[in-house]
Design a protein around this ligand. Structure first.
Ligand code: GTP
Ligand code: MG
Length: 370
């Protein structure tokens, strides 16, 4: 669209190739018939030869299929904040969410280590808040990065008896990169070895300066075991979120992120989606990366069947053709056939970029794979 072959340009202007080449030469551009020139050069040549060029507008399937129009202010209504809980392994992220939900997820997890991002919506004094749990294990950098990307506020959990650890620092960096406010929850305050002052001191090294020391970081001492300080933490989360005036338009086709996905033996691909804008309905056709499908059934975070999910609502869905990738965007679309076409196109692109990478494998790559 932004360039054209010299020969092609000549034939479209119904001029000979020689005329175009000569005109180019006069402009100081040495180009043969087979060469490609940019739009601005072509426009100059055309003007010189008494023709006009217009840019060709190529509409891709993606542009035809996916509605990216901006919402009008009057269509927007307040939505629940999405809060990611991050921090080092075993510092108490799942226990905190557990306490908030009054359920018991920790004991149900393999070895007490969070394997996936769990997504839940909780009612905090009448306001809905969506929480994403993330694993603290170092292997899950990508999950923490994704978690920060789709959220509005981060709760950074730091164990009072431990301190700032590598994945604490990494979580701080993800939150900074995503430009979301960080609220620090100093957890395990019930332990006799808890030393919150030391943690506050350490935090200042990462430009998280407590309010009481003149900074703007909210720090909440809590215990996920006894529940101490958790009401205050939730108040702070709601306050921080309110300042951001988060809004969405529930009256459009849904768009959001794949939080986690897996293949279930009986039900096929199962995906947890977080709707970020619009409303997802049972029966909608969705595309996420190279996966396409019709939402056959939706379940909310309490395991109840639902037929629709609005902004900031996490739902588990079945009906995709393949397992989408966690972190992918998803879009509800009107045309299933076109969605399949786009998915095929994306697959082909993936394949060709994979092939072009093959030639670039270095010896180091090979060794690091062994
Ligand atoms: P990963 O998901 O593996 O990163 O860990 P996590 O941050 O979710 O920690 P989890 O909630 O699984 O808690 C780790 C351990 O700390 C568990 O044995 C909890 O019972 C314990 N724990 C969590 N919060 C507290 C607390 O406030 N006080 C005390 N005493 N123990 C806690
Ligand atoms: Mg956990």
């Amino acid at each position: 669209p932004d360039e054209i072959g010299v020969g092609e340009l000549a034939s479209r202007m119904k001029k000979t190739g020689a005329e175009v080449v000569k005109t180019l030469m006069k402009m100081g551009v040495m180009a043969s018939l087979s060469e490609i020139i940019d739009y601005d050069t072509a426009a100059l040549v055309a003007m010189e030869l008494g023709c006009k060029v217009e840019k060709e507008v190529v509409v891709t399937i993606e542009e035809k299929l996916i509605d990216t129009t901006e919402d009008k202010e009057e269509d927007l209504i307040p939505r629940a904040p999405v809060v990611v809980v991050m921090g080092h392994v075993d510092h108490g992220k799942t226990s905190l969410l557990d306490y908030i939900r009054h359920a018991n997820v920790v004991s149900g997890e393999a070895g007490g280590i969070t394997q996936h991002i769990g997504a839940y919506q909780v009612d905090v004094n009448g306001s809905p808040v969506t929480f994403l749990d993330t694993p603290g294990h170092e292997a899950f950098t990508a999950m923490r990065a994704r978690g920060a990307m789709v959220t509005d506020v981060a709760i950074l959990v730091v164990a009072a008896d431990d301190g700032i650890m590598p994945q604490t620092v990494e979580s701080i960096n993800h939150a900074k990169a995503a430009e979301i406010p960080v609220i620090v929850a100093i957890n395990k305050m019930d332990k006799p070895t808890a030393n919150p002052e030391r943690i506050k001191q350490q935090l200042t090294e990462y430009s998280l300066v407590p309010e009481e020391w003149g900074g703007d970081t909210i720090i909440c001492p809590i215990s996920a075991k006894t529940g101490e300080g958790i009401d205050n933490l939730l108040d702070m989360v709601v306050l921080t979120a309110e300042m951001r005036e988060l809004k969405a338009n529930p009256n459009r086709s849904a768009h959001g992120a794949v939080i986690e996905a897996r293949l279930d033996k009986g039900r096929g691909p199962v995906a947890t989606l977080l709707v970020q804008n619009g409303t997802l309905h049972q029966g909608d056709v969705i595309i996420a990366g190279t996966a396409v499908g019709r939402v056959r059934a939706m379940t909310n975070d309490k395991g109840q069947k639902v037929t629709e999910a609005g902004p900031s609502v996490p739902v588990e869905i079945i009906g995709m053709s393949e397992v989408p990738e966690a972190g992918d965007d998803f879009h509800a679309v009107a045309d299933e056939r076109m969605a399949r076409e786009l998915a095929e196109q994306r697959k082909a692109e993936q394949k060709s970029s994979m092939n072009s990478n093959v030639g670039k494998v270095t010896l180091e790559d090979l060794f690091s794979q062994i």
